[in-house]
Write a protein that binds this ligand. Structure first.
Ligand code: NAP
Length: 344
């Protein structure tokens, strides 16, 4: 049996629980694929799982290899797997969810349906940046009553989307997907540097969310109001959102940055028929996940998705043995995408 290098933790806790360990590789069983991981993507949910804020139990004596997202090359496939072959470049998503095998290791043996081919035009960095941010963003953009279940060019023509926090990883993904689908995109940020990043992501309209006249600025851009708000900080932004929401508009919340409790008026929202939706990757149905992943594949094929500072998402690379620093960067909300280079 071959042993491989992995990052892992046996108990949840601070970053010091992360260690580099040798683990045995596992041959893929029916419906499984073994992938040689090149890049592992880090998301806030990974450190929240590691510190126990998100409950993912680890059996006694076991090691949890972290990270949901990654990219690499298929090394072996089990029986009944036909959509990928050894040698294929692939992206992986939702890997460490309710599973001890995450992507922070040299080889991961995972369910084949969590592995998709990566076009030659897409880098491993892009592949490892897709899962959590782009699936979440896709879901947020496709919940609207009467709207499309899958994004594609033109399906959001005539729709105005407000992305709160356009320099964040999910914000960046929401901008890219909404633009690809034809929406008019407005985004909010806090600093001039983030204005540049949000524009680089493709947003034509960028507003400072702390500007006294943020609502007026958005109303000038979209006099009829905003159809979909993709919201990261509802407790902070509720007033702004309600000041710009269109009749029958929808506010989709995917995080509680800035506070968990939202105080809001009722009567005016009844008159406007506002809908609030709440999104959690872990609560999405298999159909919702399939719609998101299929649309992401479509957008990749169209070369519509990008990462890197020139596309609004600076990349921060760490070697596997500095995984604790990579987690620190995400915990400290570094601007951009944190990636762990597992092997090249
Ligand atoms: N529901 C889900 O399934 C799901 C999926 C993915 C992520 N999340 C959660 O979503 C959050 C963001 O994740 P991420 O990976 O995108 O993190 P990130 O890259 O650190 O981005 C967070 C962004 O939120 C912005 N922000 C904070 N307060 C804001 C406000 N009041 N108005 C507008 N923007 C504001 C920040 O900008 P400033 O610094 O300029 O304020 C930053 O750009 C995390 O809490 C994460 O756990 C949830």
């Amino acid at each position: 049996m071959i042993h491989i290098r992995a990052a892992g933790y046996a108990v949840t806790g601070g970053r010091d629980v992360l260690t580099i360990v040798d683990l045995p590789t596992r041959d893929p069983g029916p419906g499984e694929v073994r992938v040689r991981i090149h890049v592992s993507g880090v998301n806030p949910t990974d450190w929240k799982s590691r510190n126990g804020a998100i409950h993912m139990p680890i059996p006694d004596g076991a090691v949890q290899v972290p990270h949901l997202d990654g990219a690499g090359v298929v090394d072996a496939v089990g029986a009944d797997v036909s959509h990928v072959r050894p040698g294929d470049r692939v992206w992986l998503w939702l890997i460490a969810f309710k599973r001890l095998e995450g992507t922070a290791q040299e080889f991961a043996t995972v369910p084949a349906d969590l592995v998709r081919r990566l076009p030659d035009s897409a880098s491993f960095e892009l592949g490892a940046s897709l899962g959590v941010p782009f699936i979440t963003a896709h879901h947020a953009l496709t919940l609207r009553r009467g709207g499309p279940r899958r994004l594609a060019p033109g399906v959001l023509d005539g729709v105005t989307v407000l992305v709160a926090g356009g320099a964040g990883a999910v914000g960046n993904a929401a901008i890219q997907l909404a633009i690809w689908a034809g929406a008019r995109v407005i985004t909010t940020v806090s600093t001039e540097a983030k204005v540049r990043l949000a524009r680089a992501a493709g947003a034509r309209h960028v507003v400072g969310y702390r500007d006294q006249d943020a609502a007026e600025q958005i109303r000038r851009i979209a006099p009829g109001g905003v159809d979909i708000v993709v919201e990261v900080a509802p407790a902070v932004n509720v007033e702004l959102d309600l000041a710009v929401i269109a009749q029958h508009g929808e506010i989709v919340v995917y995080a509680n940055n800035g506070g968990d409790a939202v105080t809001m008026p009722v009567r005016s929202q009844m008159a406007q028929a506002v809908t609030w939706r709440f999104v959690l990757l872990y609560s999405m149905t298999a159909d919702d996940l399939d719609d998101a992943v299929s649309s992401i594949d479509h957008a990749l094929g169209d070369r519509a998705l990008r990462v890197g500072e020139e596309f609004g998402l600076p990349l921060h690379h760490y070697p596997l043995d500095r995984i604790a620093d990579a987690h620190a960067a995400v915990e400290d909300a570094v601007v951009g995408k944190v990636l762990v280079d597992v092997g090249r």
